[in-house]
Design a protein around this ligand. Structure first.
Ligand SMILES: NC(=O)c1ccc[n+]([C@@H]2O[C@H](COP(=O)([O-])OP(=O)(O)OC[C@H]3O[C@@H](n4cnc5c(N)ncnc54)[C@H](O)[C@@H]3O)[C@@H](O)[C@H]2O)c1
Length: 246
């Protein structure tokens, strides 16, 4: 059943785009949700809107580049909300440029958020999942982690690293009834992709079997499924949501 009543979820980077759509789907299915982002104001705003589904929701500032910010966020979450059953590692950034021009900072910023941030946040939730012998961890990868792309060596490296992370952690946590999966979206209409020039968008579109870009809700539906008991025998998998792009 896609019923998440009684479950507590945390979605990183859920102030907009795919993360926000995931927060809405999970709350609509009955889960209590922690909305997190780099500013508290936006996180609170989204959390308030989730309460219309009759669930508990809080908005917390959590910058996943920064251990202290994560520690402060979890202090609040543990006090005001409780232990997390469903973790969606969604927050991610791009710093696109050709490799020949890529600075150390472009490389480090992307690896630090997309990969190291996922490591840091996951560390905070696994212990209580192990104790409860139930948990769902869903990592947001990308089609670019499979196919590669010009100007995205940093992003592609971070997103394919998440696949190895997902598969290994699934093996470690499987015996504790915790599933770990990844979702690999293709081209999704969000602020992240809105910055791409029209000619690049058209080029991408011509490589998509369904002939259109995806919506954040279409990615969120898959995350909802993986969070639920309907996906209880799926772990270590990567689910592609790309309209037929590979
Ligand atoms: N949009 C796409 O086409 C697409 C395709 C494949 C994968 N993805 C992945 O999906 C995820 C969401 O993408 P989106 O398109 O919604 O992006 P977005 O830029 O619209 O949203 C990203 C979210 O991450 C948050 N974030 C950024 N840096 C952070 C940090 N240091 N700490 C905490 N939160 C931070 C932002 O505040 C925002 O809420 C990302 O991991 C992205 O790589 C997106």
């Amino acid at each position: 059943m896609l019923d998440l009543k009684g479950k507590k979820a945390l979605v990183t980077g859920s102030t907009r785009g795919i993360g926000k759509a995931i927060a809405h789907k999970l709350a609509k299915a009955g889960a209590d949700v922690v909305v997190t982002g780099t500013t508290e104001e936006k996180a609170k705003e989204v959390a308030e809107s989730l309460k219309s589904y009759g669930v508990n929701a809080i908005g917390v500032k959590m910058d996943i580049r920064d251990d202290k910010s994560i520690e402060d966020a979890f202090e609040r979450i543990n006090k005001e909300f409780g232990e997390i059953d469903i973790l969606v590692n969604n927050a991610g950034i791009t710093r696109d440029t050709l490799f020949i021009r890529m600075s150390d900072k472009d490389w480090e910023d992307v690896i630090n958020v997309n990969l190291n941030g996922t490591f840091r946040v996951t560390k905070r939730v696994v212990r209580s999942m192990i104790k409860k012998r139930w948990g769902r961890i869903i990592n947001m990868s990308s089609v670019i982690g499979f196919a590669g792309n010009q100007g995205q060596t940093n992003y592609s490296a971070s997103k394919s690293a998440l696949l190895g992370f997902t598969k290994s952690l699934a093996k470690e946590l499987g015996p504790r009834n915790i599933t770990v999966n990844a979702v690999a979206p293709g081209f999704i209409e969000t602020d992240m992709t809105a910055v791409l020039p029209e000619e690049v968008r058209e080029r991408y579109k011509s490589n998509i079997a369904l002939g259109r870009f995806g919506s954040p809700e279409e990615v969120a539906d898959v995350v909802l499924f993986l969070s639920s008991d309907m996906a209880s025998y799926i772990t270590g998998e990567i689910i592609h949501v790309n309209g037929g792009m590979l």
